[in-house]
Design a binder for this molecule. Structure first.
Ligand code: AMP
Ligand code: ZN
Length: 492
């Protein structure tokens, strides 16, 4: 069987094959770096990562690019308010984003590129569009895309824009979902705002043009997959298609992959409802990165994901169950026997896992197959039916699962340490201490392990490492003291 994926452009599930050989050229819209990423953003990035990992696992090579939007209306406003340059303002959040994707075991794409490093190329692209009559300049020096000249406008979002008013304009990045307007390609500078000097004058690029320019630069005029959250279908992706196809006369991306939104307790996330969580918020509440990744990956990407704390706790149990099973396989002396029924179960599970993922990345079905294997193999082991010959096959099935889901490595504590160090630097440690202290990550046994590691580091004169552990424990309100009898720890 081959991979089949839903394509927003055709409105159908299609068999996927790359344009050229075994290489997949994929572009996914990246973050706007004006704040820390929230779990809705990471739902989309995890879904793209599952796609990426499954393509790699299926033997494809990847040429995967992601942009960092480091200039837009909000960034300009916020950085001006903070009294720092756009660059200084955005670098902090860009760094945080790259740390966050590591926290969630999201593989970094081959190309991560900043909008502000491509401004001259964007200006040249706009100049070429103007020459072809697809763009026009207004009195203040801004440029707009003339949608009436592009007959395919609306083909992605399936909106019918017949009878739209020629020349009606909008200059903000986000605009009315049901109204077509000539959109800004380039914005003339307003007093006090950041701008660039280019061949088409002074100003800054609109949001849509960045993705057209950077994707085509890295992946060519026509490439395989373009991905993002469902909110990007219109206007962002519709506008990317218009700009790019107007420029080249060729199809832009072939398959459009859109991830549906994450809701929290059934509602849209919003700061005013108090249901808005960054990844860092959840980690500092004591939830493990692996549980968060598992939960985000466990729903089908084309259905809304309802995030609840109950579901997050269940996700933690699910991961624990898998890790315990792996540990059991690795540490038990099973009866010396050739591969039998349990090995067959493992083989069938691998096949079911692949079949589910090939079916438009059906992650819930893939997980069901793996948990069924764990249930039957545990029961088999209890009943003495699991032999030494079965073990490598069961482990291989688990490895295959983890190549995509990436939750088995028991490295949550290391990842949490990074977040705690950040919270300490930001002066937030006090506020999070009680929650952290009460979480599994700081259960007695875990604390013991860290105190031992801290002592080992200190004896090896690696004070940087020992201080880092001390700071992490301190963040959870745990004090380590050196007494005559050796090190002791206690909770404040
Ligand atoms: P932004 O940083 O706002 O440009 O968004 C980065 C990515 O996250 C985009 O692909 C968005 O479509 C996606 N996104 C934003 N909010 C959500 C949400 N609640 N659920 C899923 N994806 C989202
Ligand atoms: Zn984009």
């Amino acid at each position: 069987m081959a991979l089949r994926l839903f394509n927003t452009l055709s409105g159908k599930i299609e068999e996927f094959s790359p344009i050229e050989g075994r290489e997949v050229r994929m572009y996914a819209c990246g973050p706007t770096v004006y704040d820390y990423g929230h779990i809705g953003n990471f739902r989309t990035f995890v879904a793209v990562d599952v796609l990426r990992r499954f393509l790699l696992h299926s033997g494809y090579k990847l040429r995967h690019a992601m942009n960092i939007t480091d200039v837009d209306d909000k960034i300009i406003r916020n950085s001006a308010q903070a009294g720092v340059s756009v660059r200084e303002y955005t670098r902090k959040y860009e760094q945080a984003f790259l740390e966050d994707i590591r926290t969630l075991n999201i593989e970094q794409p081959e190309f991560v590129v900043r909008a502000t490093d491509h401004v001259q190329e964007m200006a040249d692209f706009i100049a070429a569009l103007e020459k072809k009559g697809f763009a026009y300049r207004t009195e203040d020096g801004s440029y707009y895309f003339r949608i009436a000249k592009f007959p395919g406008y609306g083909k992605l979002s399936k909106k019918d824009f017949a009878g739209m008013e020629d020349g009606a304009r909008v200059d903000v990045d986000e605009y009315d979902k049901d109204n077509a307007r000539d959109f800004a390609l380039w914005k003339a500078p307003k007093p006090g705002e950041a701008f660039w000097e280019t061949a088409i004058g002074a100003g800054r690029p609109g949001w849509h043009i960045e993705c057209s320019v950077m994707s085509m630069k890295l992946l060519g005029d026509t490439f395989d997959i373009h991905a993002g959250g469902e909110d990007l279908v219109f206007p962002h992706h519709e506008n990317e298609i218009a700009q790019s196809e107007a420029q080249t006369g060729k199809p832009f991306a072939r398959l459009w992959f859109h991830v549906r939104f994450l809701l929290v307790e059934g509602q849209k996330m919003s700061k005013s409802l108090g249901n808005f969580f960054t990844l860092r918020d959840l980690v500092l509440k004591g939830y493990k990165p692996s549980s968060i990744r598992f939960l985000l990956a466990s729903g089908h990407y084309r259905t809304q994901l309802n995030f609840t704390f109950e579901a997050l706790k269940q996700a933690a149990n699910s991961v624990e169950r898998l890790r315990n099973f792996e540990l059991r396989l690795k540490t038990t002396q099973f009866p010396d026997r050739a591969a039998g029924a349990m090995a067959e179960l493992a083989g069938a599970t691998s096949r079911a896992l692949r079949a589910a993922l090939e079916d438009d990345l059906n992650t819930p079905q893939a997980l069901a197959a793996v948990f069924e294997m764990v249930r039957q193999a545990n029961a088999g082991a209890d009943a003495g039916q699991l032999g030494s010959g079965d073990v490598p096959r069961l482990l291989a099935a688990l490895r295959e699962f983890d190549a995509i889901f990436a939750v088995l490595a028991d490295d949550d504590a290391d990842k949490v340490r990074g977040v705690v160090e950040w919270a300490t630097r930001e002066g937030r440690a006090e506020q999070v201490a009680p929650q952290l202290a009460a979480s599994d990550l700081f259960a007695d046994e875990q604390v013991e392990q860290r105190v031992t590691a801290m002592e080992r580091a200190r004896k090896a004169r690696d004070f940087k490492a020992s201080d880092a552990i001390r700071a992490e424990l301190a963040a959870a309100g745990i004090v380590v003291e050196n007494t005559r009898e050796g090190v002791r720890w206690k909770r404040k």
